[in-house]
Write a protein that binds this ligand. Structure first.
Ligand code: UD1
Length: 416
C-alpha cells in the first residue's frame, strides 16, 4: 500500500510540465478497436489507467508497447475477441467505452457492467440507449452487456444529459454506421474534441454543429493513425491549486489555457494571477486566497474533477464559500478527510459550505479517488505537522510522477 507524506511547504516556485490527458488517451485507445494496423500515440502519460487500458486491449488480442517515454504503439490485428472482462472493467469503469467501437466493427460485443465507485452510483443507461437508437439489440445478463447488430444505422440520438462517456460510445459506434447520426445534447469537453480529431484522422467524418450537437457521417472503413494527445487540464488545475494553497509563482509547461477558461477566471476571482505564456501557463498566488462560490457543470462549465481541488483551496482561503455539485451527487466523500485535517466543511451531498481557515492540521487521511487523493495531498501543503495520505495508488491512476513534479516546485512531499 503506497502512502505519501506531506509537510507544510511554500511559496512554490519553478516550472512543471503537464502530461497528456488521461481522459483523452483512454478513449483513443478504445478507438483503436475500430481499424486494424499500427497506431502511434504521443504525449501518453505513464499512469496506471493507461496500463490497465492497454491490458484490456491485449486481452482482446492487440499488442501494445512503449518504445520511448510518452510514446505508445498499438498493433491491432484483423480479428479481435470483442469482450471486456469483469476484472478489467471493475478496475477502471472508463473501459465501458470499448462497447460502441467493438459493436460497430464486429457486430457484437460483450462488456462487463461497471460497478459503482467512490462517486456513488454511475449508471450507463444513456450509453445503452444511444446504441439501441443506432439499431443494436442489447441484453444484460450475468453482469455483462451483450450487444449485437448486423450493421448499425445512423439515427438521431438525444441524450438526457451531456454525458461524456455516452457521447464517446455513441460517436465511436456511429463512425462505422450506415448513414448520418446526429447526437443532440452531446458533451463538448476538450477530450471529446480530441477524440473527434483522432477519428477524423482515421477517415471518419465527425462534425461539431452548434454548441451541443455532433453530426457523424458513417463510413465503410477506417485506418490507423499517429496522434499527439492534448495536455491534461485536470493535472494543470492540480498544479494551479498547489500554488493557490501554498502561495508562490510557477510555470506549467505544455498547458492549454484555452481548455480551462472558466477555471482561470474563478482562480482570478480568488486572487490568483494567471496568464498564458510561451511555455503554457504562468501563475502567481498571494499568501492567502479569497473565498468564492463554485458550481460544477458540463463543459464549458467548471469541471466536477476540479472540485476536490477547489474545496481544498477554499478550506484555507479567507471567507466562506458555497460549493455546488451538479454532475455526481455523491462526490463529496473526501470532505471527511479534509475535516480530519481541521477543515471547516459541511455537506449534504449536493452542496458544501466551506469556511476557510488560516491553517489546517496534518493528519493521517485516505485518497478516495484520483482527484480527491490529489486534493488531500495539496491540503497537506498548508497543514501544520505531517499529513500521511494512504491508498495513494488511487493518485497513481491519474498522475504521472506526482511526487517528483510537486517536489520540483519545492513541495515537501515524499512517498513511503
Ligand atoms: C467522465 C470523466 C470523469 C468526469 C466526468 C464528468 C473519463 C474517464 N471520466 O466520466 O473524470 O468526472 O466525465 O465530466 O473521461 N450518467 C447517467 N447515465 C449514463 C451516463 C452518465 O445517468 O448512462 C450520469 C452520471 O451518473 C453523472 C452524469 O451523467 O451524474 C455525467 O456522467 P458522465 O459525463 O457520463 O461521466 P463519465 O463519462 O463517466
Amino acid at each position: 500500500m503506497a502512502a505519501l507524506v506531506v509537510r507544510p511547504s511554500g511559496p512554490l516556485e519553478g516550472s512543471v510540465t503537464v502530461s497528456g490527458a488521461k481522459n483523452s488517451v483512454l478513449k483513443l485507445l478504445a478507438a483503436t478497436v475500430l481499424a486494424p494496423g499500427r497506431y502511434r500515440l504521443h504525449n501518453v502519460p505513464d499512469i496506471a489507467d493507461v496500463a490497465w487500458m492497454s491490458d484490456l486491449l491485449v486481452a482482446m488480442g492487440m499488442q501494445t508497447s512503449r518504445p520511448s517515454p510518452g510514446e505508445l504503439v498499438v498493433d491491432a490485428p484483423d480479428e479481435l475477441v470483442p469482450e471486456a472482462p469483469y476484472e478489467l472493467v471493475e478496475k477502471m469503469r472508463a473501459s465501458i467505452v470499448v462497447l460502441g467501437p467493438l459493436l460497430a466493427r464486429f457486430g457484437r460485443a460483450r462488456v462487463s457492467l461497471p460497478g459503482g465507485d467512490d462517486f456513488g452510483s454511475r449508471p450507463i443507461d444513456m450509453h445503452l440507449e444511444a446504441l439501441r437508437t443506432l439499431g443494436a439489440s442489447i441484453e444484460l445478463a450475468h453482469g455483462f452487456v451483450e450487444a449485437r447488430a448486423d450493421r448499425l444505422r445512423g439515427a438521431r440520438i438525444g441524450l438526457d444529459f451531456p454525458s461524456v462517456g455516452a457521447t464517446e460510445n455513441a460517436m465511436m459506434a456511429a463512425v462505422l454506421a450506415e448513414g448520418t447520426t446526429v447526437i443532440d445534447n452531446a458533451a463538448r469537453e476538450p477530450e471529446i474534441v480530441d477524440l473527434a480529431a483522432f477519428l477524423n484522422r482515421m477517415g471518419a467524418v465527425v462534425r461539431f454543429a452548434g454548441s451541443s450537437t455532433i453530426e457523424i457521417d458513417g463510413v465503410r472503413e477506417l485506418h490507423p493513425v499517429e496522434h499527439t494527445l492534448i495536455p491534461d487540464r485536470i493535472e494543470t488545475a492540480t498544479y494551479l491549486a498547489a500554488v493557490g494553497i501554498a502561495g508562490g509563482e510557477i510555470t506549467i509547461a505544455g498547458a492549454r489555457p484555452d481548455h480551462m477558461d472558466l477555471l482561470v477566471h474563478k482562480l482570478g476571482q480568488m486572487g490568483m494571477r494567471i496568464s498564458p505564456c510561451n511555455e503554457g501557463l504562468w501563475a502567481m498566488a498571494p499568501r492567502r486566497l479569497s473565498a468564492v462560490d463554485v458550481s460544477t457543470l458540463p463543459y464549458p462549465g467548471l469541471a466536477t474533477d476540479y472540485k476536490p481541488l477547489l474545496v481544498a483551496m477554499l478550506s484555507v482561503a479567507d471567507g466562506v464559500a458555497i460549493v455546488t455539485e451538479n454532475i455526481f451527487s455523491g462526490r463529496f466523500r473526501y470532505v471527511d478527510e479534509l475535516v480530519r485535517m481541521g477543515a471547516d466543511v459541511r455537506t449534504d451531498g449536493h452542496h458544501a459550505i466551506v469556511r476557510g481557515r488560516e491553517w489546517l492540521s496534518g493528519a493521517p487521511v485516505r485518497a478516495h479517488d484520483i482527484r480527491a487523493g490529489a486534493a488531500v495531498v495539496l491540503a497537506g501543503l498548508r497543514a501544520q505537522g505531517e499529513t500521511t495520505v494512504t491508498d495513494a495508488e488511487h493518485i497513481d491512476r491519474g498522475y504521472e510522477r506526482f511526487v517528483e513534479k510537486l517536489r520540483g516546485l519545492g513541495a515537501d512531499i515524499e512517498r513511503t
